[in-house]
Write a protein that binds this ligand. Structure first.
Ligand code: ADP
Ligand code: ZN
Length: 436
C-alpha cells in the first residue's frame, strides 16, 4: 500500500477545498457556541458560520495569537468539559509561559492518523524497530510519535531523550532501524557513537524522522552521512495537536495534512493573506478538532506554501522548510537574520563541526552578532593562526551572503552545549542583561 490514507492524501484539489469549507463551517459553529473569546470576536466581525461558503471565506475570521492562549491559560479556549478530555499536553515553553493542548478521544484519533500517514510516507513499516528519543511527557513530540508508530504496528522503543550512551547501547542491542528525535539530538547521538567507537553506519539503523526545531538541508545531509540513514522530517506544534501537521515524503517535500489543518501564509505586518509561492508567517486553522480548535492561529513560523505535482503522488499542500520563528529573527544593522541562514553557510565548510551559537551583543547604541562555532578536532589542532584565518574566511562569506559583518570565533571542541532536545541557537546578551 503506497499511502496510509489514499483518499485523503491524493484527493483532487477542488474536492479537498470543498471538504475544508464544510469542516471549517462546522468548526466555526462549534467554537461560537462554546468558546466565549471566539463568540465575542466573531460577533465583533459580524461573521457567522453560515457565511463560510468556500474556504476563501476564512479570511474574514479572526486570528488567534500566542498571547490569547496565554491569557486563557490553562483551559479558557477549551470547547469541551473536562469529562470529555482524555489528555492534556503543554508546549515546551521555548518562548515563555506554557501553552496547553487538550484532546478528546476523537482528537487523539486524528493525531494518530496524521502521525501514521507521516511515518508511513517515510517508509516505516511493521518490521521496523523504532527508537523514539523525543522527550516523552508534556511535550507533544514524543507521545505523538508513539501514537503513529503503534498505529502502523511497528515496534516502539520509547527511550525518551537523554542518557545518550545508553541510547547507543540499546540501538545496537535491539537493532533499531528507525530513530526519532530532534535533529540536534541526532547529532549529539552521532558524536557520542563516534566517541565510543561505534559506527552507526554499520548498524541496522536506516531511517530517521527529525523535527521540532529548524534545521537546514545541509544539516540533514550531515546527519545522513554520519548515521548512514535517510533523514526525514515532521513538522507540528502543540497548539495544532503536535507533530504530524506536516511530513516529508520520498521526494523530501513537506506535505501538510490539510484535511485536518488548513494553512495560510500572511504578511505579518499587514496581516493580509499572501499568494502561494510567497514567503511569510504560517497561519493554521484546525478543521476537525473538538477540544481546542484554533482559528487562524499565527504560528510565527516563517515559510512558503506551494502547490506542486509531487512525484510521490500526494496532492497535499507543500510547505518549504521553516526558515525560523519570527521570535528568533534578529535585526542587526537593519538586516533580518535567521539562525538557519548562518547555519547554511557554516555547513559549507568541511572544516567545521555542526555546532554553533549566535551571541547578540550591545556595541554602544548598536547591536552586533558574534558567531561561535566549533571546528572539527583535527582542524582545531592546527593552531590559532589557522583558526583565525578560517574564521575570517567564513565571516567574509557571511558578509557577502547575509550582508552584515559578524565575527566568527572558532571555539574548542566541546564548548557548545550538546542538545538533547531543541538547541538554543541565540544568546541575546542585551536581554540577559535586562534580566539581571
Ligand atoms: P515551543 O513553542 O515551546 O517550542 P512546541 O514544542 O509546540 O512548543 O514547538 C512547536 C514549534 O517547533 C513550531 O512552531 C516550530 O517553530 C518548531 N518546529 C516544529 N517542527 C519543526 C520542523 N520540522 N522544522 C522547523 N521547526 C519546527
Ligand atoms: Zn511528495
Amino acid at each position: 500500500m503506497r499511502f496510509w490514507n489514499e483518499e485523503c492524501e491524493s484527493k483532487p484539489v477542488e474536492a479537498m477545498r470543498a471538504l475544508q469549507a464544510e469542516k471549517l463551517r462546522e468548526t466555526v459553529a462549534w467554537v461560537y457556541e462554546r468558546i466565549p473569546l471566539y463568540r465575542q470576536q466573531l460577533d465583533e466581525k459580524g461573521v457567522k458560520s453560515t457565511d463560510v461558503r468556500t474556504i476563501e471565506h476564512i479570511r474574514h475570521l479572526p486570528f488567534t495569537v500566542k498571547h490569547d492562549l496565554r491569557d486563557q491559560y490553562p483551559f479558557g479556549l477549551c470547547a469541551v468539559p473536562v469529562q470529555d478530555l482524555v489528555r492534556v499536553h503543554a508546549s515546551s515553553g521555548t518562548t515563555g509561559t506554557p501553552i496547553t493542548g487538550p484532546y478528546t478521544v476523537a482528537d487523539l484519533d486524528q493525531w494518530t492518523e496524521c502521525m501514521a500517514r507521516s511515518l508511513w510516507a517515510q517508509g516505516i513499516r511493521l518490521d521496523d524497530i523504532c527508537q523514539n528519543a523525543y522527550g516523552l511527557g508534556l511535550f507533544t513530540g514524543g507521545l505523538g510519535f508513539c501514537l503513529g508508530i503503534e498505529k502502523i504496528g511497528s515496534c516502539l522503543v520509547p527511550t525518551g531523550t537523554g542518557m545518550t550512551e545508553r541510547q547507543i547501547m540499546l540501538m545496537q542491542d535491539f537493532g533499531s532501524t528507525a530513530l526519532f528525535c530532534t535533529p540536534t539530538y541526532a547529532l549529539t547521538l552521532a558524536e557520542k557513537a563516534e566517541q565510543l567507537g561505534v559506527d552507526l553506519r554499520r548498524l541496522p539503523l536506516r531511517v530517521g524522522s527529525f523535527g521540532a526545531e529548524p534545521w537546514t538541508i545541509a544539516m540533514r545531509q550531515e546527519i545522513e552521512a554520519r548515521m548512514g540513514i535517510v533523514a526525514h522530517e515532521v513538522y507540528g506544534l502543540t497548539e495544532m495537536m503536535g507533530p504530524g501537521v506536516g511530513f516529508s515524503c520520498e521526494a523530501f517535500r513537506l506535505h501538510l495534512n490539510e484535511d485536518h489543518i488548513y494553512p495560510e501564509i500572511i504578511d505579518p505586518s499587514t496581516l493580509e493573506p499572501l499568494p502561494l509561492g510567497e514567503q511569510g508567517e504560517l497561519v493554521l486553522t484546525a478543521l476537525q478538532r473538538r477540544a481546542m480548535p484554533l482559528l487562524r492561529y499565527r504560528t510565527r513560523d516563517i515559510t512558503t506554501l506551494r502547490r506542486v505535482a509531487c512525484e510521490c503522488g500526494r496532492t497535499l499542500m507543500v510547505m518549504d522548510k521553516i526558515l525560523g520563528r519570527s521570535d528568533d529573527m534578529l535585526i542587526i544593522s537593519g538586516v533580518n537574520v535567521f539562525p538557519s541562514q548562518v547555519e547554511s553557510i557554516l555547513m559549507e565548510y568541511a572544516e567545521m563541526a555542526p555546532l554553533y551559537q549566535l551571541r547578540v551583543v550591545q556595541k554602544g547604541h548598536l547591536s552586533a552578532l558574534h558567531v561561535e562555532a566549533e571546528a572539527k578536532a583535527d582542524v582545531y589542532a592546527q593552531g590559532q593562526k589557522a583558526l583565525e584565518a578560517l574564521g575570517t574566511r567564513i565571516a567574509t562569506q557571511l558578509h557577502s551572503v547575509i550582508g552584515i559583518h559578524m565575527p566568527v570565533g572558532i571555539v574548542p571542541p566541546g564548548t557548545i552545549a550538546r542538545s538533547e532536545g531543541k538547541a538554543r541557537r541565540v544568546v541575546d546578551e542585551r536581554r540577559e542583561g535586562l534580566r539581571n
